[in-house]
Design a binder for this molecule. Structure first.
Ligand SMILES: Cc1ncc(C[n+]2csc(CCOP(=O)(O)OP(=O)(O)O)c2C)c(N)n1
Ligand SMILES: [Mg+2]
Length: 800
């Protein structure tokens, strides 16, 4: 990739340049546009000839992205989508080689830094972390958060990325963190397709950023379509900036600065971005740039052809208004360069891209080819030493004749050969097994590693510090315990911020932050609108920029609104970047038992199954919750903490070291010892179990009660099976649906911990009913597990 020292010269200073310098800028832009276009064209061919599986490209969007790149500075962040290759090339955040490495799914961080081959092509991202998982200096590099495929899924995170600048600018205690921000001068650039603006996430994010007044610059790439669906089915009046006009800032209030520009008009694009981003950066006013009249020369993706749904007229218009064609005509008609000069650049670009592609295809294939050769010769050796020679030779011959064999072909052949020769022992067979073991290790690293950051700052490495109590330790409401914990956290670390519905002024609906806004200011403890997806997104974006957010979801039942963002974005972040990015966000919520269909749900199975990559903690009381918060604030991994809704007014002892004690993750606690049966539970049902145990004891049944308290990770030392070895009977209890989190706990203990061997009676689960909890005390009794249910199920299990 060629670049120019003058590439970032502001448009309004261009007239001060010499003609030659000016010309060089234009021609460099023309070159980048052509290199990007050639990458799209060749990329599609690579898919259609079977070398890559799927392709989605940025053709037709080149010029706008080149203009945007001119105003993107070190420290800035992008949160965008799969059309942005030109922007990534022009800013230097990616290049043509990395583009092809991702197309081929090359599982190598150096070749494909965004995801090490884990994401499909067009999913961009830079590496914020060094090889040890520590933050790099983000103000000395250009940054892109890692893309996800769900349309508009990039929007909630964008709000947080932009808000971080506001916090860094307005809170002078944060000015010291120059690795993350230079006094909040960074802009968060968002990109989104026109059709994706139909998503709720888009509207929610736009409103949130308008309210927050943060430096967010959202560009809408409008090509009139979302795959085959025309704008008339997507957007009222077929025009997103038209219908968002009410967001324009004016004498009635703060809002956005909204721009509209044609995607083929180079000069207008450069001027627009120059103007828009200056406002955004300096004044922290969100800006929206609606880039219209964009095209898709090759259609949406390699999955289909746009001739099926675009009219002849539309296709002709797209050919004429192709932004590179228009750019070329402008260059020639403005006498900046000749057709011949441009032709030369175009053919150089073509050759450059072809050379990059060849080099990457070669470096992708070379090690695999070597591995195939090794496997073939090992199989041939095995055939020499085996009674099943012909079957094994069949495998090696098949492998030899597979053109472009991949690692899967290799490993399948070995596994099959090992199965065929399972009754034999030979040097060759042992060598093959060793080779497979090495491959398994390498592939686990390639494909399965870094669900969590696994650094020295991992939550799993935080040393336990026990809570200490003085003799006269006060008995206080549970809410006062978490409040004191948060107070200590805010006092200790200026990076800690908390926000959510009713979190600011009243200190949350249960008073966990009571008085803290007064003490630490609105900049750190704040109310948000009712918008769970962007509360989570705010948290992700802030955490990606070095802050320590506690994002509050008012009730567990409403986590569903934010769950998409938590699951697709937060939970996958470390894994999908192979530890290139992290977001140590703490999501705080409260749930289980209260009253009514939408205030007492406990959908823990849903959470566990959608949030692998996030720690899921279910403290039974506020002291345990505080211990978890203290642990998490020392770690760099994301977590969800679900407090018990009915626990805030129950009395607990205030630990002396409220800001310091830590509770380890993945360690259950035995609350009561017993011999006849083990009850495994968490959260609010523990109190039900405790009551039931009183009655069971009176019948002579001795119960061991275990509080799991940390569902992800789950009992890392396998202590529950130790209890089962003693009692030989087990009941998993919670108030999720049947087969919800109880079945997860059962799988962990019976399968993972091999508890199956110690059972004298069938393992049982007791949960709530399959429907939501009905309102009122009777509704609760007949919907959720009761003391009576627990007593009777235990009696059945122990056979009395
Ligand atoms: C939540 C979700 N729904 C559907 C899809 C499938 N999908 C991928 S791209 C796309 C169209 C997006 O169109 P637009 O936002 O205009 O972007 P363009 O591709 O036109 O640049 C759809 C429906 C998806 N990725 N995510
Ligand atoms: Mg579109």
């Amino acid at each position: 990739m060629s670049s120019s020292k003058n590439l970032n010269t502001p448009v309004n200073e261009m007239n001060q340049l010499s003609f030659d310098d000016f010309k060089q800028i234009i021609l460099t832009d023309f070159r980048i546009a052509n290199e990007s276009r050639q990458a799209s064209l060749l990329g599609r061919k690579e898919v259609l000839t079977g070398k890559a599986k799927f392709g989605i490209f940025g053709d037709g969007k080149e010029l706008a992205q080149i203009a945007m790149a001119k105003v993107f500075r070190d420290g800035d962040f992008r949160s965008g989508y799969y059309r942005d290759q030109t922007f990534m090339f022009a800013t230097g955040m990616s290049n043509v080689k990395e583009f092809f490495a991702q197309l081929y799914a090359m599982p190598d961080v150096d070749a494909e830094p965004c995801s090490a081959g884990r994401s499909m092509n067009g999913h961009f991202g830079t590496r914020s972390l060094d090889e040890f998982g520590n933050w790099k200096n983000l103000t000395q590099m250009k940054n892109s958060s890692a893309d996800i495929s769900p349309t508009a899924g990039q929007m909630p995170r964008l709000v947080g990325l932009a808000q971080a600048s506001k916090l860094y600018r307005n809170n002078s205690d944060l000015h010291q963190f120059t690795n993350f921000s230079i006094q909040g001068n960074e802009v968060a650039f968002g990109t989104i397709g026109n059709a994706s603006t139909s998503e709720g996430h888009f509207f929610e994010s736009i409103n949130a950023a308008g309210v927050l007044q943060i430096p967010m610059a959202i560009s809408i790439w409008d090509d009139g379509y979302g795959i085959s669906v025309h704008a008339k089915y997507q957007t009222t009046k077929e025009n997103i900036s038209e219908i968002l006009k009410g967001f324009q800032r004016d004498e009635k209030g703060a809002g956005y600065e909204i721009f509209r520009v044609k995607g083929w008009d180079y000069v207008a694009l450069c001027e627009t971005y120059e103007k828009a981003i200056a406002i955004c950066r300096e004044q922290h006013v969100p800006v929206m740039i609606h880039v219209q009249e964009l095209t898709q020369p090759q259609g949406h993706s390699t999955s289909g052809s746009h001739e099926r749904y675009k009219s002849k007229e539309r296709l002709e218009w797209e050919a004429e208004y192709d932004c590179i064609k228009q750019f070329r005509e402008w260059i020639v008609s403005s006498a900046i360069a000749t057709e011949e000069e441009l032709n030369t650049i175009e053919s150089e670009a073509k050759k450059y891209v072809r050379d990059c592609q060849k080099e990457i295809w070669e470096s992708f294939n070379a090690p695999i080819k070597n591995e195939v050769q090794e496997v073939v010769s090992m199989l041939e050796q095995l055939a020499n030493e085996s009674a099943y020679a012909s079957s094994i030779l069949e495998l090696s011959n098949k492998l030899k004749s597979t053109s472009d064999a991949i690692r899967k072909d290799n490993v399948m052949a070995i596994r099959k050969a090992l199965r065929i020769t399972r009754n034999e022992d030979s040097t060759a067979r042992r060598e093959l097994q060793i080779w497979l073991n090495h491959q398994n290790e390498a592939n686990a690293d390639r494909y399965n590693s870094y669900l969590f950051t696994n650094t020295e700052h991992s939550a799993m490495n935080v040393t336990e510090i026990k809570a200490q109590y003085s003799e006269d330790a006060a008995m206080v409401d549970g809410r006062e315990v978490v409040q004191a914990c948060f107070d200590a956290a805010f006092a200790r670390d200026p990076r800690v911020v908390a926000f959510g519905e009713d979190v600011g002024k009243i200190g949350d609906v249960n008073q966990g932050f009571a008085g803290l806004q007064e003490k630490y200011g609105e900049i750190r403890i704040s109310d948000t609108g009712i918008r769970e997806a962007t509360i989570i997104g705010q948290g992700i974006g802030l955490a990606m920029r070095g802050l320590r957010p506690i994002a509050e979801i008012q009730y567990l039942d409403y986590l569903l609104y934010g769950l998409q963002t938590m699951s697709d974005d937060l939970a996958s972040l470390s894994w999908r970047t192979k530890a290139g990015q992290k977001a140590p966000l703490i999501v705080r919520t409260r749930g289980h038992r209260l009253e009514g269909i939408w205030h007492s749900g406990s959908p823990i199975g849903m959470i566990l199954h959608s949030l692998r990559g996030v720690h899921v903690l279910v403290p039974r009381n506020m002291t345990q919750a505080a211990g978890f918060y203290n642990t998490l604030l020392k770690s760099d991994e994301p977590a969800l903490v679900i407090e018990c809704l009915n626990g805030y007014r129950l009395k607990e002892q205030m630990p002396d070291n409220i800001g310091e004690f830590t509770l380890p993750l993945g360690k259950p606690e035995v609350l009561k010892e017993g011999n006849d049966i083990t009850i495994v539970s968490y959260g609010s049902t523990l109190r039900i179990a405790e009551e039931a145990i009183v009655e069971l004891n009176s019948m002579g049944i001795s119960v061991e009660l275990i509080d799991v308290q940390s569902l992800l990770p789950f009992d890392i030392h396998h202590s529950i099976v130790e209890s089962l070895k003693k009692t030989n009977r087990i009941l998993f209890l919670d108030e999720d649906v049947p087969g919800g989190a109880t079945s997860y706990m059962m799988q962990q203990v019976l399968e993972e911990q091999k508890g199956y061997y110690y059972l004298d009676a069938p393992a049982r689960t007791l949960s709530a009913k399959a429907h939501r909890p009905a309102y009122g005390t009777d509704g609760d009794y007949f919907s959720k597990p009761s003391v009576d249910d627990v007593v009777e199920v235990v009696m059945e299990i122990v056979g009395s």
